[in-house]
Design a protein around this ligand. Structure first.
Ligand SMILES: [Zn+2]
Length: 334
């Protein structure tokens, strides 16, 4: 029995050795091919959706750029702090551009459209692709609500050769905003470095105006059930947020309340050079942040380094901290 056992053991060991050798020769050549496989530099499709009551909200990634610290205006102490923090974390001012899609069940509504080919030298313009990845087409969009007419929020509406990207959509923008950027008289008087903002706004709006798809509001109209205008003046003359509510849950699309989130939440008084009325922009931000930190409102912020660009505010010291929505494979927002 013992001998037989040893033979069996020896045979099984031989078998195992042969198996290992066979496997090794089998995997040798495919393994070499695997090692030569090219690396893939693209990420997961840039969308993330969740429910706010009965609404389906989808964040649509447009691209990422770097915010220049010289575009910020603050006290010397605050700005020295920014330079020091940037030294420790060179990515502190990296910021995405994001638009948002709201499916109400009746209408498909886009809030801001990303930069398209009008801003950022090719770094942006992925929003329409993100929308398709999320299962929708640009043709399906019924309404576009625009927070303001800077090219990084409306550039995605129109191609460089003047075609509407959302051919069936009616675009809505505050009257004060439309009147300001689309006025040839105001544009003519604007400083030279502000001229490109007027030119892009006019070129982007043109095909929608021609198709009678460009609409302005003064704030008292009812465009969408359960949606309220939130005037947020300062950044631009008609800068407007949109607050949707459903079944007791709320979400605010706040446009450019912050550009450099990690600086301006800690120091709400720090403004951006793009704020047309710096004093009003700082006052609007202060009031809004204080209000939102006391309420349970989800915030959709186009410019943040934390995709999916959705989160809440919490009071922290003299400023606020951001509590981001993080990726999960469920979509009910509680
Ligand atoms: Zn802006």
């Amino acid at each position: 029995m013992k001998l037989q056992g040893n033979v069996l053991k020896r045979n099984s060991m031989r078998f195992a050795a042969a198996l290992v050798a066979a496997l090794a020769s089998f995997v040798a050549s495919p393994n070499a091919a695997l090692a030569a496989a090219p690396q893939h530099h693209d990420q997961a499709p840039g969308f993330y959706r969740l429910k706010v009551g009965d609404l389906e909200v989808t964040a649509l990634y447009d691209g990422t750029g770097v915010f220049d610290p010289h575009w910020l205006n603050g006290t010397k102490a605050a700005m020295d702090g920014v330079v020091k923090a940037l030294h420790e974390d060179p990515h502190m001012l990296d910021t995405a551009d994001t638009g948002f899609l709201v499916n109400t069940g009746k209408q498909l509504i886009l809030v801001d459209a990303g930069a398209g080919a009008w801003w950022g030298g090719g770094a942006f313009g992925r929003l329409a692709g993100s929308l398709r990845s999320a299962g929708y087409t640009p043709e399906e969009v019924d309404l576009v609500l625009v927070t303001h007419l800077h090219a990084d929020h409306v550039g995605g509406l129109t191609t460089r050769d003047g075609k509407r990207v959302f051919p069936n959509a009616d675009v809505y923008v505050a009257k004060a905003e439309s009147d300001f950027w689309l006025s040839p008289e105001i544009a003519a008087k604007a400083p030279k470095d502000a001229q490109p903002f007027f030119q892009s706004a006019q070129a982007i709006a043109a095909p929608y105006i021609e198709a009678a798809k460009w609409h302005t509001f003064s704030g008292s109209e009812r465009i969408v059930d359960g949606m309220q205008f939130v005037p947020l003046p300062g950044h631009t003359p008609g800068h407007t947020g949109y607050e949707f509510s459903s079944k007791g849950q709320r979400i605010l699309f706040w446009g450019d309340i912050v550009h450099a989130q990690r600086v301006q939440l800690q120091h709400p008084e720090v403004t951006a050079t793009f704020d047309i009325d710096q004093t009003a922009a700082a006052a609007t931000r202060r009031q809004l942040l204080s209000k939102l930190a006391r309420q349970n409102v989800l915030i959709a912020t186009p410019h943040t380094s934390y995709f999916p660009a959705l989160g809440r505010l919490r009071k922290e010291g003299n400023g606020y901290s951001w509590v981001p929505v993080v990726f999960m494979d469920r979509w009910d927002e509680k």
